[in-house]
Ligand binder design. Sequence first.
Ligand code: PXP
Length: 243
Amino acid sequence: MTNKLELGVNIDHIATLRQARFTPYPSILEAISLIEAAGADAITLHLREDRRHIQDADVYAVRKHLNTRMNLEMAVTDEMLAIAKDVMPEDVCLVPEKREELTTEGGLDIIRHFDRTQKVTQALNEVGIKVSLFIEPNIEQIKKVAEIGAPKIELHTGTYANATGKAKQNEFQRIIAATEFAQAEGIQVNAGHGLDYQNTHAIAAIPQLRELNIGHAMIARAIFVGIKAATEEMLAIMHTARQ
Ligand code: PXP
């Protein structure tokens, strides 16, 4: 079965540029309008505990402004749970977070953090926010998703993105196996991290995937062609992969 493949654009690094000088520009709201006009399906943003890019006020401003769907990435903490319940994004993606990391490194270990992940997932389920668990393409992790109660997972593609040669092929096979296993369990499968204009085609061609969340490479591309064209180019890659 081939599902429709949606694109969530991660806008964090527009805020990274703004926070580098604490200027009012570049405006994430202006960017969202252009991203939506280009045909993206969702806006993804990560409110990190250290607030290094997206700020609390951004989350509320984006909530009011967007016409598509908000996918809020957040750590599995009570602070973030309270913010999510106040903002009410359509989707929350639960991610691991370490203060010293450059970006999200690896998936959430839902076996190790089972109780906390289950508690936060169920609290979000109760208010009608759809939860996605950002995990490694690992069958043992996926076996725990139903018990935790999340309807979706996002498979971490960072290892695939960084690998070369045989290791890249192996990781790609792991992503396919994880996607097929999760889909058979009735879980919606998304993917993201490290996807760019070279490596997205292969991932987008996996027919069971429902959504890709892509940020850094698109914001970098936008420096040269603008965010609207950068979004259109990525959508074209995804579309071609599904033909
Ligand atoms: N998905 C998740 C869960 C993430 O944490 C990130 C990075 O914030 C992305 C997707 C986007 O990754 P990238 O910026 O490498 O495209």
